[in-house]
Ligand binder design. Structure first.
Ligand code: FE2
Length: 294
């Protein structure tokens, strides 16, 4: 059986059938999935009960795992619940107990409910993210995706010209500050130093332009902060209009793969007394977005 992809949303998002993620893929299957990512930007795989090792191996068919010198979170390495190569997007501590409502790691995670693109706060932002659902809460907890290519296409001509060469500053400090979590220690502030990203990106294969937005963006180079934040806020509102958004209702063992270069996403509320065990592998991007400006 070979890979086939059916459209599940008028603008983007496909569901993949005919592939077992637990086994090595053929070159043909990898190309079919890559072509699907270029077209749909978000791909859904259902009903695959995979281990962390299988998820990592599947991810590596599409490039190198993201690795970095500074952390993208505030959890201490000794408090990690999972092994290397896979990130913990659960509400569990290292003993498998639900985190306290006052846990600063929980505060930090809550800001993932703001629209963002993974790792836009790193000098080289991520390519794909792959999130698998191991245990899902009884209510809520959808993940929503927005198509930044469609959002770019729908801008008026004046705004397209205005955004073309803008460069933003992204940092986890901005997105955490937006929900009132400002109690970062000096080491964390140093690790989360803002990085520059172009506001308009061009897809290396399709040539389509997209808006590179995230709640991590808190400044535009050469603009005052209030003017920049107001404009970014307006662009996020435009980019997340209903017609550009797909809301994924998770079933156990779903895996969703998305292109961070062309989409934004956000987590949605759930009952914090329910276990949510989601695990993410992330593929490294290949270049800084500001190279073109240099
Ligand atoms: Fe994310």
């Amino acid at each position: 059986m070979s890979v086939s992809i059916r459209s599940v949303h008028p603008v983007f998002v496909g569901e993949v059938v005919g592939v077992d993620l637990r086994n090595p893929l053929s070159v043909k299957d990898v190309s079919a999935i890559e072509a699907g990512m270029d077209k749909y930007a978000v791909l859904v795989f259902r009903g695959l009960n995979i281990t962390d090792e299988q998820q990592i191996a599947f991810t590596r068919h599409f490039g190198e795992l993201e690795s970095f010198t500074t952390p993208g979170h505030i959890q201490r390495p000794e408090d990690r619940r999972l092994g290397p190569g896979i990130a913990d997007f659960s509400n569990l501590d290292k003993n498998g107990t639900i985190m306290s409502a006052e846990d600063r790691v929980w505060f930090f995670k809550l800001a993932d409910r703001l629209w963002h693109s993974d790792s836009s706060f790193r000098p080289v932002p991520a390519k794909y993210s792959l999130l698998s659902a191991r245990v899902i809460p009884s209510w809520g907890a959808n993940t929503e995706f927005a198509d930044m290519r469609a959002a770019y296409d729908a801008l008026d001509l004046r705004t397209k010209t205005e955004v073309e060469d803008l460069v933003c500053e992204h940092s986890l400090i901005y997105s955490r500050e937006a929900i009132g979590f400002t109690e970062l220690i000096p080491d964390e502030i140093a690790a989360f130093k803002p990085v520059r990203q172009r506001l308009v990106r061009t897809h290396p294969v399709t040539g389509r332009k997209s808006l590179f937005l995230a709640s991590h963006a808190g400044a535009i180079v050469g603009w005052t902060i209030p003017e920049a934040r107001m404009f970014l806020q307006e662009l996020i509102e435009h980019a997340t209009r209903r017609e550009f958004v797909y809301s994924h209702f998770w079933e156990p063992n779903d895996l969703v793969m998305w292109d961070n270069r062309t989409t934004m996403h956000r987590a949605r509320r759930f009952d914090r007394n329910d276990v949510r065990d989601m695990r993410r592998t992330t593929l490294a991007g290949d270049a800084e977005t500001t190279e073109r400006a240099a």
